[in-house]
Design a protein around this ligand. Structure first.
Ligand code: NAD
Length: 483
């Protein structure tokens, strides 16, 4: 009954979809439950500065004027960190909101960066690689000229529409402009391994989503609220957006946790199969046909939002903001909403979902895996050494020695395969995954403690904001004020 009434009201109601207003509302809701001076809250909330630029780029059809932004939300920790988004609709408001989310995200997963975000208003699908490279290099030069990029200043990473390639171009341009900089590689993260990248960065956000969901699916109190049983095996999952984050989240949950991927969507449609889709096969199909739609054995719906209404246990929006709104919230059937994208749910929609006891894992926690591993990459670039390199051989020898000791005591030999396995020394990828899992698990438990213990905190998003504001406020307090 409640849901029906909410639905009727939703048709009449409009809501403010401005991303900045939404983040501001979320901040205020959390701040209202805390005992932090108003002036300090104001300093934490505002965006410190935003760089805005437009420049011409040569294309085969003439000059293209490109607009771009880089917002710096908070300097309480340096450098600042955040992705660069290539999208035809990106604007100053959007990057400002995303920069704020980065500050809170870093605080939640205990990564010592301030928040930033950039955007370039282009559709990368419509531009050649050559033009994209020119745009990326020119944008980097503009950022460098205004001190908005540098290993100790501001460190971009991939986001929607950008990836390893763009990060390598940016790092190379920065190095060309500052040829004596020994730490130049640390000016971006998400680079290819050959250009100072780190193993496990491409999958990091999707893997962080997997780790975050795993925590919730083993949290008995949270599961009681959702009405689901413990564990991930057999859970039905639907994913909106089959890009970097959505692809990795879907394949990892499918391969490692035995989830049934019942639905996927892309910008040109959604596909559904209650018996399960193999995300690897869907990817092969996309490479072959140019689209995930009409994947054999699945039902195709033209709307990219249809996936949000599929019957499933876990829904993972991994594409754009403002996807679950007053218009469709009452049709969402999942029990766990796992926000891999930034800002996929409006406050009005979230209120409807919470009334239905849907458990929401908020973006500022769940998609923080990318920045955690970016932090590892930045550290690696500053040390100029691969993780595990120095101690690898010593660790192996130590383990061999221990195994030989045990063999002596039990008077039996390990077989060679077991001996090799037991004496294996952890490598960079394993270190990265283990560090990421620890960061996500620790953050989950910090947030759920706030949620279940503080009466005024009614949902996980508010708990995540409380967690972030508390840490940023503590940092400002100990920092003091200059001059
Ligand atoms: P991406 O560009 O790799 O993938 C996004 C995918 O969504 C693309 O394949 C695109 O075609 C698809 N898409 C576009 N419109 C759609 C629609 N209406 N319905 C369904 N699919 C649609 O981007 P990404 O890096 O995977 O980022 C996705 C989301 O995750 C964004 O909100 C981003 O801010 C967030 N995020 C990304 C990272 C990261 O490390 N890449 C980190 C944190 C958060």
């Amino acid at each position: 009954m409640v849901v029906k009434r909410a639905s009727a009201q939703a048709k009449k109601k409009t809501e403010d979809l401005n991303f900045n207003s939404i983040v501001s509302h979320q901040f205020d809701r959390a701040a209202g439950t805390m005992d932090v001076p108003r002036s300090l809250l104001e300093q934490i909330k505002v965006c410190n500065n935003i760089f805005s630029v437009q420049f011409p780029v040569k294309t085969k059809s003439g000059l293209l004027v490109v607009r771009g932004w880089r917002a710096e939300h908070s300097h309480h920790k340096k450098p600042l960190k955040g992705g660069i988004r290539y999208n035809e609709h990106v604007n100053a408001d959007e990057v400002t909101a995303l920069a704020a989310l980065m500050t809170y995200k870093c605080a939640i997963v205990n990564v010592p960066f301030g928040g930033s975000k950039g955007g370039v208003q282009i559709n990368p699908r419509l531009l050649s690689e050559e033009v994209l490279e020119r745009i990326t290099r020119r944008f980097t030069a503009e950022l460098a000229a205004k001190n908005f990029i540098g290993p100790g200043i501001n460190v971009p990473a991939p986001d929607m529409g950008t990836g390893e390639r763009e990060m390598a171009w940016m790092a190379d341009t920065f190095a060309a402009l500052t040829p004596t900089g020994i730490d130049n590689l640390a000016c971006t993260t998400g680079k290819p391994i050959s250009q100072g990248g780190i193993r496990g960065r491409i999958e990091a956000t999707g893997r962080g989503v997997q780790y975050g969901i795993r925590e919730a699916m083993h949290d008995k109190r949270a599961l009681k609220r959702m009405g689901l049983d413990v564990g991930l095996a057999g859970k039905r999952v639907a994913v909106q957006g089959f890009g970097n984050v959505g692809y990795h989240a879907a394949t990892l949950l499918h391969d490692e946790d035995d989830c049934v991927i019942v639905g996927l969507s892309e910008w040109d449609g959604s596909i559904y199969n209650p018996k399960g889709l193999n995300p690897h096969k869907v990817q092969e199909w996309r490479v072959k046909t140019g689209s995930i739609t009409n994947f054999p054995g699945s039902k195709t719906m033209k709307s990219p939002r249809a996936v949000l209404e599929f019957d499933c246990d876990i829904l993972i929006p991994a594409a754009l903001e403002n996807q679950i709104t007053l218009q469709n919230a009452d049709k969402v059937k999942c029990r766990l909403l796992a926000e891999a994208a930034n800002g996929p749910t409006t406050p009005g929609a979230e209120a409807i979902l919470l009334r239905k006891d849907v458990f929401v894992l908020p973006d500022i926690f769940l998609n923080a895996g990318g920045v955690v591993v970016s932090y590892f990459e930045w550290t690696k670039n500053l040390t100029h050494m691969r993780f595990g390199r120095m101690e690898k051989r010593l660790n192996e020898l130590d383990k061999q020695l221990l195994l030989s000791g045990i063999e002596g005591l039990i008077d039996r030999k390990f077989d060679e395969a077991l001996r090799t396995k037991l004496s294996h020394s952890i490598d960079e990828l394993e270190l990265v995954r283990s560090g990421l899992e620890d960061a996500m698990s620790t953050a989950y438990h910090e947030i759920r403690e706030i949620y279940f213990r503080r009466k005024k905190v009614k949902d996980m998003r508010t708990a995540a904001f409380v967690c972030a504001i508390k840490k940023v406020a503590a940092s400002y307090r100990s920092l003091g004020i200059f001059p």
